[in-house]
Design a binder for this molecule. Sequence first.
Ligand SMILES: Cc1ncc(COP(=O)(O)O)c(C=O)c1O
Length: 437
Amino acid sequence: MKNLKIKKGQDLYKKAKKLIPGGNMLLSKRPEMFLPDFWPCYFSKSKGCVVWDLDKNKYIDMSIMGIGTNILGYGHSEVDKAVLRTVQDGNMSTLNCPEEVFLAEKLIELHPWAEMVRYARTGGEANAIAIRIARAATGRDKVAICGYHGWHDWYLATNLQDSKGLEEHLLTGLEPNGVPRNLKGSVYPFSVNNIEQLRKIVSENKLAAVKMEVQRSIPPYPGFLEEVKSLCSKNGIVLIFDECTSGFRENLGGKHLKFKVNPDLAMFGKAIGNGYAINAIIGKRKYMKNAEKTFISSTFWTERVGSVAALSTIKYMEKNKTFKKIIAQGKKIKNKWKELSIKYKIDLDIISMDSIPIFLFKTNHEIKKKFIINEMLKEGILASNIIYVSISHTDEILKYYFRKLDKIFHKLSIISKQNLEKEANKSLLLSHFKRMN
Ligand SMILES: Cc1ncc(COP(=O)(O)O)c(C=O)c1O
């Protein structure tokens, strides 16, 4: 890519760091997660899988796609049309929006085991609601978790008991500062596919809920989810599937439908609104009714755009079987990464759901990843080692991405270890400075 100048975004982020603690609202979108000093940081426009930064540079997004929100691509015309109509007609009023009922009907139609639905705007909130319902229903406090479930006190309390509690579920070294100390001992993490660990937790504690992602990087072994379910039902524990990320990506609904294991409650987020804020908690009536026996209520959970966007997104997914395309493109990406790794003798682990493929370098992962981000950015591509596949990732886009990645892997295969770090930091710096002068 010629004339790449990234200045306005960098300058704005410097200002943001003085005004906004942490610089922004989401860890995964911080430039520090990519290339701190060169990442474009902000967008002015997005469409399909194309993003424009503040300096009018145009990039193909082969990375987190809004962190998995935009399965139909950015600014999808059908979803946006429905949203724009809602904005024109009014998105808020003293009365409730009918679409929240229509969406509840649709979600129950797709998940016949569920009978009732509540909404929230974020995944963290939706999980906090599900936990509150489970605690209210059982009269118990303790929960076991497996996966990432948001930022709230109930979840971060895991690290009060053991500072490494969330190491394998979220991040290392997360401080539970500000989380009430008396929540210590209320959350017990267990590892993916470790039924014995969960059995031990259940035998030693009276749990209100087991909350887990049905699949993230590692799929459940055949029978694992059934074993968890049976353990829960024998012990009066509410089983909650967190499908914030796995839901509506590889099938029309929760991924648990594919595994043929139904929980007591499930929640969806990310993909269901194609970029508009909406999360849903669905569940069996006998549990969901407990939402009436506690206080769960919020102004913006009634806002209309979220439900409209979800109805329109799900309608489009159903009609066009988008999940088939997503899986097909994800498989192609995994295969091509494998091919490149063989061609250039670069050892990779290729993991995760087909809809969210990830590669990990077997040696010096972090610095090699940085090298890839840097080289790709120079080519006008936002990329690291993970792709949230969307339907806008067409064969043509993949071809373009892999043409560039082939060149970059070749460069990586011949570069000496000493030069790798230098290159990762230097090359963009040069083009950056050239443009600024
Ligand atoms: C499985 C899972 N649960 C919960 C969350 C939190 O969602 P949010 O960031 O909308 O609060 C996420 C977000 O990445 C997630 O992947």
